[in-house]
Design a protein around this ligand. Structure first.
Ligand SMILES: Cc1ncc(COP(=O)(O)O)c(C=O)c1O
Length: 373
């Protein structure tokens, strides 16, 4: 699904020399590379504060801790996403409220959010799934109207932009009150292990969170709040510093590959290609290239691709509201028509910065031959 080795070949010198610097300095934790990366990412995202941490799941959890959410508070998020989002809500004894998504963008449906808001609702967590922003205009409007926090889960859309109705262009993750991201190796900006970060423009929240990632300390050995130990290590920061200057070029390559896939699938009646909702060049950064395969052909297509040496993924095969850990009698099947359908139809094809035309042609021919037989 990804070609991390191929990508590494292109930046080997920078990565190796950055890592060597860390080894030579022995500043393995909170070293100069971590601070420099934080600053460079703040500049790239045009946010006031980036707080690096250990992974994207921690980042989400720490956002919720930093906002002071308390047990019993309801947090609305998408039914169709990776489990990390709902996991941290549950871990903090907050009440997850899963809602349906939109069929074209796969992102949380603002109408479903509105329906789910109660006096206990405190936050909305839109996940910018597969590389494209959720409808942030509608979500921010709802948040303002109901006095809610918006925590953007930006694990899959780093580098994407969003132009609001008023024409303002912002990077994904810079729009809500606070955002999280993941630097898992296969992400658009991935390190060589685990890593994550929190972004916010709120000075007070940034201060609170900076202490929280470090055992709740604002002054050494003074623990003012309950915190966690969640740090981005210096070696990962060194890798990320070598990659960040290439992020826009990497995302461009992903978009170009996506365009080629989509062109090849034109006119195929059993295939729905991913919809790019926004015109701007970086409106979609294709963390995944996800098709909908109609007429119950998806599962056999997965098998067919695997049999022919093409990796593919089903993200995600089970709606979160049907996962054992998160079943709840509050949920009504009739509220999840889109997610329940998507889990049967979606398939993600290989998507990375090293895909070439020959690979794309091989993959698209296999898919097209299969759906037409
Ligand atoms: C939408 C989403 N949120 C959160 C995470 C968690 O990130 P991490 O694996 O770095 O903990 C992921 C990772 O796959 C993700 O895709």
């Amino acid at each position: 699904m990804v070609d991390l080795k191929g990508q590494y070949e292109g930046i080997k010198e920078q990565v190796n020399s950055s890592i060597t610097e860390v080894l030579d300095s022995s500043a393995f934790i909170n070293g100069p590379h971590v601070h420099a990366f934080q600053k460079e990412l703040e500049d790239y995202l045009e946010v006031k504060h980036v707080i690096p941490c250990a992974n994207g799941t921690d980042a989400l959890q720490i956002c919720m801790m930093g906002l002071g959410l308390e047990p019993g508070d309801e947090v609305i998020t998408a039914d169709f996403t990776f489990a990390a989002t709902v996991e941290v809500i549950a871990l903090l004894n907050l009440t997850p409220v899963l809602v349906d998504v939109e069929p074209d963008s796969f992102n949380i449906d603002p109408k479903a959010i509105e329906k789910a808001i109660t006096p206990k609702t405190k936050a909305i967590v839109p996940v910018h799934l597969f590389g494209q922003c959720a409808n942030m205009d509608a979500i921010m409007e709802l948040a303002e109207k109901h006095n809610l926090y918006v925590i953007e889960d930006n694990a899959q859309a780093i580098g994407a932009s969003y132009i609001s109705q008023d024409g303002k262009k912002q990077k994904a993750g810079a729009i809500g009150h606070v955002a999280s991201t993941s630097f898992f190796p296969s992400k658009n900006l991935g390190c060589y292990g685990d890593g994550g970060a929190i972004f916010t423009n709120d000075d007070d929240l940034a201060h609170t969170i900076r202490g929280m990632v470090n055992h709740g300390m604002y002054k050494r050995y003074h623990h003012d709040v309950v915190g966690v130990n969640s740090r981005l290590d210096s070696i990962q920061a060194a890798v990320l510093r070598a990659k960040l200057p290439n992020l826009d070029a990497y995302n461009k390559k992903r978009r170009e590959a996506a365009e080629k896939y989509t062109k090849a699938f034109e006119g195929q009646s059993d295939i729905i290609t991913p919809k790019v909702l926004r015109e701007e060049a970086d409106g979609h950064v294709f963390h995944q290239y996800t098709l909908r395969i109609l007429n119950e052909k998806r599962d056999n297509l997965v098998q067919h691709l695997n049999d022919n040496g093409v990796p593919c993924g089903v993200y995600y095969p089970i709606p979160l509201h049907l996962q054992k850990a998160y079943v709840d009698e509050r949920y009504n099947e009739a509220d999840f028509p889109v997610t329940n359908q998507l889990v049967k139809e979606v398939i993600s094809l290989p998507m990375h910065t090293e895909l070439d035309d020959e690979q794309i042609e091989y993959i698209t021919n296999l898919v097209i031959d299969f759906v037409n037989n």
